[in-house]
Structure formats: structure tokens, C-alpha cells
Ligand binder design. Structure first.
Ligand code: TYM
Length: 321
């Protein structure tokens, strides 16, 4: 089984990325042949500054390794080190109906937020389909916001197979982890860089813990019972606390007597401890100059060998060359 997923290097890694995609991806690296990459081509649709892009790629690579990506198990690479993916993307574009892309939520949301779209943003899902299809992927661990892009990917694969021959491209499935399908941010909305409600994994202790204090709650006074439904604290706590710890916090909500400030502090402390091992690994990685680049180069060589074969197969099938 081949597992594949990617992240955009648009900023520092946040809890939504970690629990929605990275944690399941890290578990899956032990269950099949994993291909994980940094989607730098995709980020060009939003970042037009070479220095910033390179720094973001470097940081994300360090962070992914720190979180437990094992380069002995998973193939880890930069998307742009396999330029064949852009050729496949072009070919896929030619079977992709415009209305299918016009319908994509992430595109529509960006327009609704006042962004003037470049055509890269519009065809973003086609490049994502190429990422997935070029490695004959079976399974793609993602957060819920990518579900529609996976549907587009399957549609494109089916269209290609209909036009050029059954079995030309493997039709993949997504894997969405129910309890972390949509990780909420400090305001209770989906955690996202574009909403400014993120909590970054590798911040210093003080600002990290402070972010949890910012979580929005209702104004139930300390002695009163507090609602469990609609809590912006409990869903995050459930991601890191033991079932007993969660039960205790829920019980305290029902009984009253504990204020939101105390719950937030407990959550912040728990999260901080949860990432202790990752922070230690990160410090170790940062002390080894050249290590990350070596990992990415070795990953790119392996990924590229697979990608070249797929592109050759597709070129032949469609009548190029
Ligand atoms: P990106 O960089 O926006 O996000 C990376 C991963 O994190 C997940 N995620 C979340 N999950 C749950 N709750 C949240 N609040 C949350 N925020 C982010 C995303 O669902 C995603 O899985 N298009 C992709 C990158 C990509 C890709 C691919 C992914 C490019 N090619 C091929 C899979 C396969 C993206 O922008 O992810």
C-alpha cells in the first residue's frame, strides 16, 4: 500500500496540521510505503518571495522530522525536486472540466475573502491530483478541508482512464481522522492561517501557553456549571489528554466550581508536555547542519524514479513523444 500526503510551506506548523494530517501520517509510515512532501509549487500561488519560501520549506522539513517522520521508513521530499509532476499536471488539466474547479470550496472561500485569484490558484487541485496520481498512491491522509480535492483527484483519474485506458492511473482514497477532521482554533472556527486563530507547535513556552489563554469561551461565572457542547477547550484537550483526564474535565464542567482560566491552563500545560519529545528532536536536528538537506535529496531521488515511470506511461498513453 502506498500512502501519500503533502503540506504547504505557507507558515509555521500549527495544531490543525499536526492532528489533522501529520499524526495520522506518522502512524501510517509503519503500515505501508509512505511518500510525504512539502508542496512548494503550490505555495507559489500565495508566496512571491524566494527567501521566505526557502525559509518556510526548511522550517517545515525540520518540523516534520522533529514530529517523528522517519526517513528510513518514509520517502520525504520537496515537491519541486520532482518537476515531472508539473508535466503530469498539464496533461491532467486537459481532461479537467472548468466547472469542477469553479466548484471547489477552497477556491470559492479565497475569492469570498477578497483574494484576486491567479490561475495557479484556480488549477491548484489539478496539481494536487498530479501529486497523488504520479506516485500511484492508494491512501491520502488529510484533514476534512481536503476531502473535495480528493474527490476531484478521483474524478480526474477516472476521466483519464476512460479516455486512455483502464488502469492507467490508480484511483486513490482519502483517510480522514474523525476526531481531528477539523481541529478548531482559538476562536472555535477551523484552525487556519487565514483566520489568524492558529497555535504553532514550536513556539517558545510563554507565547505557546498564552495562545491557550486566548481561547474564546462564554461568560459562565466560576461557580456555575459550564456547557460541554460547544466548548472550545474540550475538543483540543481530547486530542492530548487520557480518557480519565477528559472525564475529569467534563465532570468539572458539569459540577461547576472551576473557571475557564483553570481549564485553559491545564490544556496549555498538557499540550506543551505532549510536544516535549518533538522539541528535543528538533533541537537535535538543528544541531546537525546539512542533515535535513541530505534527507530531502535522498527522498527526491527515490520519488523521482517513481514519478518518471508514471509520466512515461502517461506520455505514451496520450500520444506524446
Ligand atoms: P495544507 O498545507 O493547507 O494543510 C496540510 C494538512 O493539514 C490539514 N489541516 C487540518 N486538519 C484538521 N484541522 C485543521 N484545522 C487543519 N488545518 C490544516 C489539511 O487538511 C492538510 O491535510 N493542498 C494541501 C497540500 C497538498 C496535498 C497534496 C495534500 C498538495 N498536494 C497531495 C495531500 C496530497 C494543503 O494545502 O494542505
Amino acid at each position: 500500500m502506498r500512502i501519500l500526503s503533502g503540506l504547504q510551506p505557507t507558515g509555521r506548523l500549527h495544531l490543525g496540521n499536526y492532528f489533522g494530517m501529520m499524526q495520522p501520517a506518522l502512524q501510517l509510515q509503519h503500515e505501508g510505503e509512505a511518500f510525504y512532501f512539502i508542496a512548494d509549487y503550490h505555495s507559489l500561488t500565495a508566496i512571491q518571495n524566494a527567501k521566505v519560501l526557502r525559509e518556510n520549506v526548511q522550517n517545515l522539513a525540520v518540523d516534520f522530522l522533529a514530529c517523528g517522520l522517519d526517513p528510513e521508513k518514509a520517502v520525504f521530499f520537496r515537491q519541486s525536486d520532482v518537476p515531472e509532476v508539473t508535466e503530469l499536471s498539464w496533461i491532467l488539466n486537459t481532461v479537467t472540466p472548468m466547472p469542477m474547479l469553479e466548484n471547489c470550496h477552497s477556491y470559492k472561500d479565497k475569492i469570498a475573502n477578497g483574494i484576486t485569484p491567479n490561475s495557479g490558484l484556480f488549477t491548484y487541485p489539478v496539481l494536487m491530483a498530479a501529486d497523488i496520481l504520479i506516485y500511484d498512491s492508494d491512501l491520502v491522509p488529510v484533514g476534512k478541508d481536503q476531502k473535495q480535492h480528493l474527490e476531484v483527484t478521483r474524478d480526474i483519474a477516472v476521466k483519464m482512464n476512460l479516455a486512455y485506458g483502464e488502469g492507467l492511473l490508480k484511483v486513490p482514497k482519502e483517510r480522514i481522522r474523525e476526531e481531528a477532521a477539523v481541529v478548531i482554533g482559538t476562536d472555535g472556527k477551523k484552525m487556519s492561517k487565514s483566520y489568524g486563530n492558529t497555535i504553532e507547535l514550536f513556539e517558545e513556552e510563554k507565547p505557546f501557553k498564552k495562545k491557550f489563554k486566548k481561547i474564546e469561551t462564554d461568560s459562565t461565572p466560576v461557580p456555575d456549571p459550564k456547557p460541554i457542547e460547544g466548548s472550545n477547550i474540550l475538543p483540543l484537550y481530547r486530542l492530548v489528554a487520557t480518557p480519565e483526564e477528559v472525564a475529569t474535565m467534563e465532570q468539572e464542567h458539569r459540577a461547576g466550581g472551576v473557571g475557564y482560566g483553570a481549564f485553559k491552563e491545564r490544556l496549555g500545560d498538557k499540550m506543551w508536555d505532549f510536544f516535549a519529545e518533538a522539541r528535543a528532536r528538533r533541537a537535535d536536528i538543528l544541531s546537525k547542519p546539512g542533515y535535513v538537506e541530505d534527507v530531502l535529496q535522498a527522498g527526491a531521488a527515490k520519488a523521482r524514479a517513481v514519478a518518471k515511470k508514471t509520466v512515461e506511461r502517461v506520455r505514451h498513453a496520450v500520444g506524446l513523444g
